[in-house]
Design a protein. Structure first.
Length: 208
């Protein structure tokens, strides 16, 4: 597998194979300092509940919001029972014990930031898995669409997977510069490999 950063997409070979996009979460030093200052001030004033909520909001805004699952279209029925159907929204949950540890020692946040910077791909699931007979063309198209949707409204949903992926990136406000792609040149069977990998890893922004 070869890694290509956002600015290196033009170097991808024009050969058949499979690829996987990854997103590296970013916690800036500025945001980290700001939340630590806020939490320590609230702790000093005896406002532990507000300190915990400040931490919860920070973690959601900086990390978890980018990884929310799409809503499920759910249907419920039973013998002689009313039928129910509607969208079920993913609600990310934060461990209370995690928040308690961070409240007690805000220095842990700096460690989390450092590890997150190097978490992908070793500790991360791909956010999209695809394949192409010409990897270079396909990945340049991904990049072009992401840049296009950054300049205008994403518009209505579409069946095209490439457009859907680009649209999701922009709707979630994922910084493209934090994306990179892993490429594996496969002379044959790349369609089969992509099919299997999608069913093993269930990438967040693209399933086939």
């Amino acid at each position: 597998m070869t890694t290509y950063r956002w600015h290196e997409i033009g170097d991808v070979p024009s050969e058949p194979g499979v690829y996987a996009w990854y997103y590296v979460p970013e916690v800036t030093a500025f945001d980290l300092d700001r939340v630590v200052t806020t939490v320590e001030a609230l702790k000093a004033g005896g406002h532990l509940g507000e300190a915990k909520e400040a931490l919860r909001a920070f973690l959601d805004t900086s990390i978890f919001q980018y990884f929310r699952e799409r809503s499920y279209d759910a249907s419920l029925s039973g013998p002689l029972k009313p039928r129910y159907r509607g969208l079920v929204e993913h609600v990310p949950t934060l461990s209370e014990s995690l928040l308690d540890r961070l409240i007690e020692d805000t220095g842990r946040l700096a460690v989390i930031r450092t590890v997150l910077e190097t978490s992908a791909p070793d500790f991360a699931s791909p956010i999209y898995i695809g394949m192409s007979e010409r990897l270079s063309t396909r990945l340049k198209q991904h990049k072009s669409l992401i840049e296009k949707y950054g300049e205008q409204d994403a518009g209505p949903s579409t069946e095209n997977r490439d457009r859907s992926f680009a649209r999701e990136i922009r709707m979630r406000k994922i910084p493209p510069q934090r994306l990179f792609v892993k490429v594996k040149v496969v002379p044959g069977a790349f369609v089969d490999i992509e099919n299997i990998l999608n069913r093993i890893h269930y990438p967040l922004l693209g399933r086939n």
